[in-house]
Write a protein that binds this ligand. Structure first.
Ligand SMILES: [Zn+2]
Length: 498
């Protein structure tokens, strides 16, 4: 049965209201820092990123010309652009007009009656134009293409599955997300020229890969004595994999690793991780010892190919963009590709699936690069923090089996502290728990791997906002507060490590 909750009209109101709010009120944490001090130059972002989502056709010629103009404008700071070498007329943006987002309940109950059936998510993906957004023990969020809605609804009714419509036009959600970004940027007309902050980063909109990498170079440039910028590998499409190290004493200090953007469509994750970098560096000298006497490794985008593809072609892309040997389908789910419980529950052997585990453990360039880099640096590595969305959770191992780590009590306590501090700061409720209980069992994750292979103690996966209203398409007006929530977890964990 379907219950239409009329999100549509509510959404429009909500967008308008939140946009107004953010324009008219300073960020809640304005006393400790001023994001508006960072120069917002997001024109580039709008042109190369979000616009693609609302255009029906882009020819290779147009794209090429745009590239040339872009490169001319960027000056000598340019290395690779998001477009480098990729001029493919077949890569037209995927649209989700009148596609609906459904939440389906009580799946295991209903499905367990039919033992030999394919998992529901697979059925919806292969037969009903579905894209799985989120799957856990309680519900499945899946978007269904317009022309499959009738059939999919009939199928669910036939299976006696309860569902509700969370959103009835995904494309509208995507368009509104990009429109808000545009408005936010244009509302600061006076500050649109590049000044000291050459990357032009800010947290009012989602940024393209170039801006994020320029921001990392900018930090390295401003703090040459304590920062080191690594290119730890390249992707299938030739993009750099970048990690920034911050440390006053790399040999002695305990290490904390932070990554984002393993899953392409979770845009709030790189946004949060770049904000964490900003928070760390914008007042480095004022930080307490538990922050300054640490070695930080920060990788805002572990899956650059997927991220670029999600911005240009398919907003809901999750995997990397590696070609498969025996399939037309592209991409491996990097968070199923690590060497821990690989190919177990929660991952797929089908290259067309969103949770495809890859040919073998570490088969992917991104996974391999991170594994090699961290394996060499496991001495003193006390924490592995990985940012995802959505669901508002702080979870710890294990994910690949229904067992808690031995020191789960400690991990739960620190996570409890983090979620309590988040609630005080922004009012948002996050849940602290062991992973398999709230997200279901899944093998091949980076979090479990760092615990099992490196012996890292404080391993957390942070599922950022929201809880399903906007899902991956979180409005830009929520970036700053969400990023503050992310930083709160980082600060709490750093404090726990003495
Ligand atoms: Zn994720």
């Amino acid at each position: 049965m379907i219950k239409d909750t009329r999100w549509n009209s509510r959404l429009i109101l909500l967008f308008a209201a939140t946009a107004l709010l953010v324009i008219s009120t300073p960020p809640s944490d304005a006393s400790t820092f001023d994001v508006r001090g960072m120069v917002p130059v997001a024109d580039r972002n709008i042109r190369t990123g979000n616009k693609m989502l609302i255009e029906r056709e882009i020819t290779a010629k147009d794209k090429h010309e745009e590239n040339m103009r872009e490169q001319g404008r960027q000056g000598d700071d340019t290395t690779a652009t998001e477009d480098d070498g990729v001029l493919d007329v077949n890569e037209l943006p995927v649209r989700y007009d009148e596609a609906q987002l459904w939440r389906i309940y009580n799946i295991s109950e209903s499905m367990s009656r039919r033992r030999n059936m394919m998992p529901l998510a697979d059925i919806l993906e292969s037969k009903y134009g579905g894209t799985v957004w989120k799957e856990n023990s309680k519900f499945l969020d899946v978007s269904i293409e317009k022309n499959h809605i009738k059939a999919a609804r009939a199928f669910l009714e036939n299976q006696n599955l309860m569902s509700e419509v969370l959103n009835s036009n995904i494309q509208e959600l995507i368009d509104q997300e990009s429109a808000i970004g545009v408005n936010m940027t244009q509302s600061e007309m006076g500050q649109r020229t590049k000044k000291s902050a050459r990357s032009g980063i800010h947290w009012k909109d989602y940024h393209d890969l170039d801006t994020i990498y320029a921001f990392m170079r900018e930090i390295r440039g401003k703090f040459p004595n304590i920062c080191r910028l690594y290119t730890i590998g390249k992707t299938a499409e030739g993009r750099d994999l970048k990690v920034l190290r911050i440390s006053e004493n790399p040999k002695e200090y305990k290490k904390i690793w932070i990554d984002g953007g393993i899953h392409a469509r979770e845009w709030i994750s790189p946004a949060t991780v770049t904000f964490i970098l900003y928070q760390l560096m914008s007042k480095w000298q004022d930080h307490p010892e538990y922050i300054r006497q640490k070695t930080w490794y920060v990788m805002p985008v572990m899956n650059p190919d997927g991220y670029v593809y999600s911005r240009k072609v398919n907003r809901l892309w999750r995997k990397n963009r590696a070609p498969a040997k025996r399939s037309q389908c592209l991409g491996v789910d990097l968070n199923r590709n690590f060497d821990i419980g690989w190919s177990g529950y929660g991952s797929s052997t089908n290259p067309c699936s969103d949770t495809y585990r890859g040919e073998s453990p570490n088969s992917e360039l991104e996974t391999d690069a991170v594994v090699k880099f961290l394996s060499k640096r496991k001495y003193n590595l006390e924490s592995y923090l990985t940012f995802h969305s959505y669901g508002q959770m702080v979870v710890y191992p294990w994910a690949y089996k229904a067992v808690k780590v031995k020191d789960a009590g400690v991990l739960q306590r620190v996570a409890n502290t983090a979620v309590q501090r988040i609630e005080k700061k922004t009012g948002q409720i996050y849940r602290a728990s062991v992973t398999h209980e709230v997200l279901g069992i899944a093998g091949g994750g980076s979090d479990d791997w760092s615990r099992a292979a490196l012996g890292t103690k404080y391993v957390y996966t942070i599922e950022l906002r929201d809880r399903g209203q906007f899902g991956f398409v979180l409005p830009p007006s929520q970036i700053l507060e969400t990023a503050i929530e992310g930083y709160t977890v980082v600060d709490t964990v750093a404090q726990a490590i003495q």
